[in-house]
Write a protein that binds this ligand. Structure first.
Ligand SMILES: NC(=O)c1ccc[n+]([C@@H]2O[C@H](COP(=O)([O-])OP(=O)(O)OC[C@H]3O[C@@H](n4cnc5c(N)ncnc54)[C@H](O)[C@@H]3O)[C@@H](O)[C@H]2O)c1
Length: 325
């Protein structure tokens, strides 16, 4: 019998490959287009929940067009910060789609962080208002930081980011790290309402919350709203007031409602993001529309990016080959 080996890539290996946010955004957009063209198998993610407010999700996906597939096994433990560990950790396994053999296992922490921000940037490409100048960020952790970078790269007209975090030093660190680099004025706010009001893009990227944060009357006309905590950051009437509600996968969104998301009811779906990316539906049609985008995250995004990293690693001789059989 032939031997079976796979490539192992640590987070350092993944980072050393230096894939740019621009390249990653293109890969994620290509994957979302495949989703829009209904050429993917990407079932809603099941999870296990051993600790309060935690999850470990299984996320398989197969993209028929590029013939790529695999699975991400990713945990979210908000209390990890006290243990000096990241909230999000896990591995991505890529398989040979002709034999099913695993060909690569890699850290998925960085991929998850950046591909999620790439999804926001792609949404903004199609749905941000033409007068976008100010971005509000509530939650200045990993996602808050990566979303700031990805959104500014996609919408260069962003001049100011107003940032609030319940832990003020997290917001101050964003200012220190990115104000000069991105040439964006960063205002650290003491109150989420101040960060939210008078913005054309408003993003919440917090953890599980005892109650929502964003109230309907804080949202400006024409705002593009992102909630990364599966609706929990936003009061129900704020979500239901959307002129257009977008998610990445409606079946997955409905499955999340069954385990507690959208407690005040699901809004009417305007489009899945892939429908907009592949041109089946328009994104923003007027600067007055309030658009709410709550994408829950699709494994196909991880597979697209992971496969690129795997190819680059083989070319550069990075990683460790391990024998399975
Ligand atoms: N949709 C997706 O595809 C996707 C992917 C990855 C992460 N997420 C979600 O994004 C969220 C953020 O993830 P992360 O990796 O940035 O976590 P993180 O722990 O790095 O950052 C969360 C930040 O929120 C802050 N925070 C907590 N409660 C707050 C409150 N009430 N008001 C203001 N700030 C508050 C924390 O202090 C922290 O700085 C999580 O809910 C995570 O599950 C979604």
């Amino acid at each position: 019998m032939n031997s079976v080996e796979f490539l192992y890539l640590s987070q350092k290996d993944v980072l050393d490959l230096n894939l740019s946010i621009e390249d990653m955004t293109d890969l994620v957009e290509e994957g979302l287009k495949e989703h829009g063209l209904q050429r993917v198998e990407n079932p809603p993610k099941p999870g296990i929940h051993a600790m309060k407010d935690s999850f470990i999700h299984a996320m398989p996906s197969y993209l028929r067009g590029p013939h790529l597939g695999g699975i991400k096994w990713v945990s979210g433990y908000p209390s990890n910060r006290e243990k000096d560990l990241p909230t999000i950790m896990g591995v991505l396994i890529l398989n040979d789609m002709d034999t099913g053999a695993p060909v690569c296992m890699m850290d998925c922490g960085w991929i998850t962080a950046v591909r999620t921000a790439a999804v926001s940037a792609i949404t903004a490409k199609y749905c941000a208002s033409s007068c976008t100048r100010t971005l509000g960020i509530i939650g200045a952790g990993v996602q808050g930081r990566h979303n700031l970078v990805a959104l500014k790269k996609m919408i260069p007209g962003i001049e100011e980011a107003k940032v609030y975090d319940i832990v003020r030093p997290a917001a101050e660190k964003i200012k220190k790290d990115f104000e000069d680099e991105l040439q964006v004025k960063i205002t650290v706010c003491d109150d989420p309402e101040v960060a939210a009001r008078d913005t054309q893009i408003l993003l919440t990227a917090t953890q599980k919350l005892p109650r929502p944060i964003v109230r309907k009357d804080w949202i400006s006309k024409g705002c593009l709203c992102f909630g990364l905590e599966n609706s929990r950051g936003w009061y129900g009437d704020a979500i239901l007031a959307a002129d257009k509600f977008i998610t990445d996968d409606w079946e997955q969104t409905k499955s999340f409602q069954q385990v507690g998301a959208f407690p005040d009811g699901l809004p009417t779906l305007y489009a899945e993001l892939g429908d907009i990316v592949c041109g089946r539906k328009p994104g923003r049609e007027s600067d007055d529309e309030m658009i709410v985008a709550m994408s829950i995250g699709l494994a196909l995004e991880d597979i697209m990016v992971g496969h690129k990293l795997y190819t680059m690693a083989k070319e550069k001789g990075i990683g460790q080959t391990l024998r399975l059989l």
